[in-house]
Design a protein around this ligand. Structure first.
Ligand code: FEO
Length: 399
């Protein structure tokens, strides 16, 4: 355990070997953060994934006997945070589970109705408080950041915000604080986390940020990864969250493609060179080698998103279909979309690509470019007009 403030301990679990988190690539692993507050009525804020129970339990035992825990705050039902509650109740049978109204429903469906023991719920609503002795805990409902049940817990005496998934990152490390690990890499992981977990809920994130703006915070202690403690780091991550929640983008392009016989690849690399020539910052990714969870982080930052696939049996390649299905759920709004690719004898699948980008919230101002079999020199040259049109649309803010 680590004392993050006097009487407040990190008692979580470090998952060094996690490489996929429900479809999201996690090359650096993750942590499930639980926090123990020692007071007249000791409180545990969130637990850990089921297989991290022993690790969390031994950290708690270094501070107090788990039987003394009076409240278990469940900020979020998803099982990476609630997965150890039932087992923990074996050791603190009288503890009350503090959660939102949706949290009670979710926890009942996940665990309580199948449990052999009594789950004593204490349901809280927005701004409700809980006196635990020398401290008061205050709760802020944050529906859809990340599930309908999500809420944040705030301790005004310690000025600590426990926002659960919000402000988190999938990153396993020895250190517990963002500044111990290196701000650049943690901000990059926070960005990827937002793009893959929180992006569809920008409106709800803005409401939560407005509610939390009035709080004075020395620490933001999320449920994954590192804790934010330096004033400038807290300012930076909150500012970034506001920008991401507003679906702001940068003046840059990203090209994403897959290919069968290198024709679509030829188009992709030609487009890449043309963007460079126009001095527009551009990145290019092949779906054969780059994970879609890394790609959506790039899409979140880019004003122009170019998507290319050849036709296979009159459909886009399955790798592209997977990306577009993912994007339709994540809805990276206010982007300029463009589709391209090579075909043999049928091209109806391109329309599906266009429709998928529109369903994902993108604006298609420039007609897609589709070339038969192998693009010839004049066709590739014609892409310079396309890039000029995209540049104009980017400059005019037509995304
Ligand atoms: Fe980390 Fe939505 O759970």
């Amino acid at each position: 355990m680590i004392e993050i403030k006097k009487g407040v301990y990190w008692t979580g679990c470090i998952d060094w070997n996690l490489r996929i988190f429900h479809g999201y690539s996690t090359p650096f692993g993750t942590t499930y953060n639980a926090y123990l507050i020692l007071d007249e009525k000791p409180v545990l804020i969130d637990t850990v994934k089921h297989y991290g129970f022993d690790e969390m339990f031994s950290r708690i035992q270094k501070v107090i006997s788990p039987s003394e825990i009076r409240y278990i705050v469940s900020n979020h039902t998803e099982m990476d945070h609630s997965g150890s509650i039932d087992k923990l109740l074996d050791f603190c049978p009288n503890a009350e589970i503090v959660c939102s109204p949706n949290g009670r429903e979710g926890l009942t469906r996940h665990f309580a109705k199948n449990s052999r023991k009594e789950w004593n719920f204490k349901v809280v609503n927005n701004s409700d408080t809980l006196n635990i002795g020398s401290r008061i805990l205050q709760f802020f409902l944050m529906p859809m950041v990340h599930w309908p049940d999500s809420m944040a817990t705030y301790c005004p005496q310690d000025k600590i915000l426990f926002p659960n998934d919000a402000f988190g990152q999938h990153y396993a490390s020895f250190g517990r604080f963002a500044d111990e690990v290196g701000l650049e890499i943690i901000l990059k992981e926070a960005e990827k986390y937002y793009a893959n977990i929180v992006m569809p809920y920008g409106g709800q994130v803005l409401k939560a940020l407005d509610a939390l703006a009035a709080l004075s915070t020395d620490l933001i202690a999320p449920s994954h990864g590192l804790i934010w403690r330096r004033e400038q780091d807290i300012e930076k991550i909150v500012k970034l969250y506001r920008s991401w929640a507003n679906y702001e983008s940068q003046y840059r392009a990203v090209i994403i493609y897959d290919t069968m016989w290198h024709s679509t690849e030829k188009m992709a690399t030609t487009l890449y060179r043309l963007f460079e020539k126009e001095k527009i910052p551009v990145k290019i990714f092949s779906l054969a080698t780059t994970h879609i969870s890394d790609i959506v982080a790039e899409i979140m930052l880019s004003k122009a998103v170019l998507i290319g696939s050849p036709m296979l049996n009159n459909k886009m390649l399955p790798t592209m279909a997977a990306l577009l299905t993912y994007l339709k759920g994540l809805k990276p709004k206010n982007r300029l979309g463009f589709t391209f690719g090579s075909y043999g004898w049928a091209k109806a699948g391109f329309k599906e690509m266009e429709e998928a980008l529109q369903e994902a919230g993108m604006n298609l101002l420039v007609p897609g470019q589709y070339f038969n079999y192998i693009p010839d020199a004049s066709e590739l040259e014609s892409l310079s007009d396309t890039v000029a049109s995209i540049k104009r649309a980017m400059q005019e803010g037509k995304e």
